[in-house]
Design a protein. Structure first.
Length: 121
């Protein structure tokens, strides 16, 4: 009978990545079509957590934002829990947040789409 040493190793769980989007002061994910870097879009990752391995949130998480379009940073940076950006508004833009825990270095990702609205005639 073989002994399974790997079976006794504790396997961690990845954190959960969550994104809240605010355009201006509204909880929405749409900017005007052809906005031309005028409307602030705040991306918040503060609801992300490592609920299984660190339910008391005693260990810090690492954040990495990925924005699939031309953008300008108004506040924060791509490694902040929150970042405020400006977008061109020429198309919908996927935004991904990668959250990595500090004990197991496991990563989870969440993606939202920042859409564009067409003005009413």
């Amino acid at each position: 009978m073989a002994l399974c040493l790997a079976c006794t190793e504790e396997v961690g769980h990845p954190p959960v990545a969550r994104i809240d989007v605010f355009v201006g002061s509204m909880h929405t994910s749409y900017i005007p079509l052809n906005d031309n870097f005028q409307t602030p879009v705040t991306l918040k990752g503060d609801m992300s957590a490592d609920e299984v391995d660190d339910p008391g949130a005693t260990r810090p998480l690492k954040y990495q934002w990925s924005i699939d379009a031309q953008y300008q940073v108004q506040d924060g940076d791509v490694n902040s829990v929150d970042i405020t950006i400006l977008l061109k508004g020429d198309r919908p833009v996927p935004v991904t947040l990668a959250v990595t825990d500090s004990d197991d270095h496991l990563t989870a990702r969440s993606t939202v789409m920042i859409g564009v609205t067409i003005p009413q005639p």
